[in-house]
Design a protein around this ligand. Sequence first.
Ligand code: ATP
Ligand code: MG
Length: 297
Amino acid sequence: MTRKPPLKFRQFFRNFVGKYIDRRLFTYILSRKIKLFAGSYPLIVSIINHKGGVGKSCIATNLAHALAMRGKKVLVLDCDPQCNTSSIFSPAGDIAEPKSLYDIFAHGTPVDECIYGTSYKNIDTVNNSPQISHLEVDLYQDVKKSYQILRKSIRKYANEHYDITIIDNNPSLGLYTINSLIASDCAIIPIEAGCRYSLDGFVAALEAISSIAARVNPELRFLKAVINKADGRTSISRASVDHIQRRFAAKVFATVIHTDTKIKEAVAQKITVLRHSPSCTASHKFRSLANEVLGLL
Ligand SMILES: Nc1ncnc2c1ncn2[C@@H]1O[C@H](COP(=O)(O)OP(=O)(O)OP(=O)(O)O)[C@@H](O)[C@H]1O
Ligand SMILES: [Mg+2]
């Protein structure tokens, strides 16, 4: 049984609220605060950039792992037909013909039938299958309906069962990435230091976010950009990091991820760098990125 506060206090509180604060506004603020204090404000985050190879999958997987290590319940959803993230977070155990995002798009399979536990504590996954590429032509027959598939399928379930859902995306702003943005609350955009095309991809991603926010998903916002593959040994990389940080200022995470062979070693073994080498610089950076993300929620 919950204990009620003393009557005098309740009366004073009610008078104060009635007099000075609009009731609905107060209830709204209170509910938001309770969610924040309880640390259970669920969020769906897309990792996007129009440019390939900038580190979307690397950041999606390692950020997910770092958040899970902080005790957050994380769902990782691989929206990229290349299935790179699926190779890192494959379903734990020996599951014959596991269901995937393909089943959600092709057959409308409920999302809970496509979610599997992984060998990582606090991380569940919805994997992808290369087969999903073949669906695109059919899905374009009714784009209005097709753009909403992911939102309708995952949003309610993910918000009820996970603290954070991270969606990795392919290097395009096509049907699957649009699905991902329509299903999300916010987006993180990785930028590769010293890569001009990655900046163009960043701008294209920003435009996609504002267009989708204006037309379909008003909850969607750009969280921040994260600089990846910085290389302090080259002047072009140093100049690029400096330029991005000055130009986008508060919209860039303070954590900069450097080029690190430990990341490549981890990918070769199909594990996160946090598992491969927990004390290396890259792992430290991903933990610091996770802290920054949690600080924004
Ligand atoms: N900071 C880093 N240091 C070293 N290697 C990195 C780093 N970030 C990513 N890589 C490597 O660069 C390659 C591309 O990274 P990743 O697959 O994460 O990019 P992506 O944006 O997901 O690519 P795609 O657009 O094809 O999905 C991978 O081999 C990955 O291991
Ligand atoms: Mg990728």
